[in-house]
Design a protein around this ligand. Sequence first.
Ligand SMILES: CCCCCCCCCCCCCCCC(=O)SCCNC(=O)CCNC(=O)[C@H](O)C(C)(C)COP(=O)(O)OP(=O)(O)OC[C@H]1O[C@@H](n2cnc3c(N)ncnc32)[C@H](O)[C@@H]1OP(=O)(O)O
Ligand SMILES: CCCCCCCC/C=C\CCCCCCCC(=O)OC[C@@H](O)COP(=O)(O)O
Length: 247
Amino acid sequence: VNFALRIGFYYVLCIVCSGLTAPVCLLVNGGRTVKNMRIIKTVVKSFKYFFGLRFEVKGLENFEVEGPAIIVSNHQSILDMMGLMEVLPDGCVQVGKKELMYAGTVGLITYLGGVIFINRKSTTSAKMVMAEVAKTMIADNVKVWVYPEGTRNCTGDLLPFKKGAFHLAVQAQVPVIPVVYSSFTTFYNPKKNLFTSGKIKVEVLPPIETKGLTSDNVSDLTDRCYNIMRETLFRLSGRPGEGKDSS
Ligand SMILES: CCCCCCCCCCCCCCCC(=O)SCCNC(=O)CCNC(=O)[C@H](O)C(C)(C)COP(=O)(O)OP(=O)(O)OC[C@H]1O[C@@H](n2cnc3c(N)ncnc32)[C@H](O)[C@@H]1OP(=O)(O)O
Ligand SMILES: CCCCCCCC/C=C\CCCCCCCC(=O)OC[C@@H](O)COP(=O)(O)O
């Protein structure tokens, strides 16, 4: 019951705050633009106090690359939105599933914030959207945040990475910046109805350059990021190597 109440409250908070923030975004910035993320971020950063969550962030200076970049991070839960806003650099949009667009006021606020919507069921259309993004991120100087696991996963390990983020980085010839959040399993587990207060360690890792790489190198780049992020996840979560073989 406690779990349902807390998660329910989170949903209500998201829906109500989106409804209140949307008109502010419209008044200040006039429509769909990444500038709205600053406003959204300010609102969302207060959410953690309601749930007793603390963030310990390291490596923020690694976001200070010149020009655009692809940011990749692990995706555990809808609660990630708080962790996202905790560190989100200016001028950064996220790639999200298109279903989010229809989530009422939350859909509206993600639209206004400039979230790039993709249809995960159609590789062809997702690739087309991503190719377009590769061009516009240079022109508009924006960073793009992608969850390369492609779905939520709260097992304490990483799912295999989808390659979209890395194709994007190579096509735009921009660095990849990995961000890792420690495992939520000690304080959040929907299967066990667990959702207590807790501490989340966040580490922004050094940028990985892609200058000169071609589509032939995408698989290697993906594996490299995966391995670095998995090691970091285990280190931050204090469970070195547990789960699968680390190969
Ligand atoms: C005030 C209150 C506010 C409250 C509220 C605020 C909220 C304000 C924040 C919102 C925050 C949102 C956060 C959302 C979070 C999600 O919604 S996460 C879910 C959606 N995101 C993703 O899925 C991103 C990751 N996925 C990808 O990048 C995937 O690669 C794609 C593009 C979807 C394609 O998927 P796929 O076909 O399943 O996968 P994949 O195996 O990668 O590709 C198949 C083949 O195509 C190739 N390929 C893939 N992409 C490309 C490409 N671009 N070019 C060429 N080839 C390609 C691959 O290499 C592969 O070929 P092989 O190498 O196997 O030969
Ligand atoms: C017409 C009224 C409809 C009302 C519907 C209201 C729904 C309100 C929904 C959401 C409140 C929480 C918003 C947090 C946004 C975070 C986005 C997110 O983390 O999405 C999950 C997605 O990345 C992964 O998708 P799957 O794990 O594959 O699934």
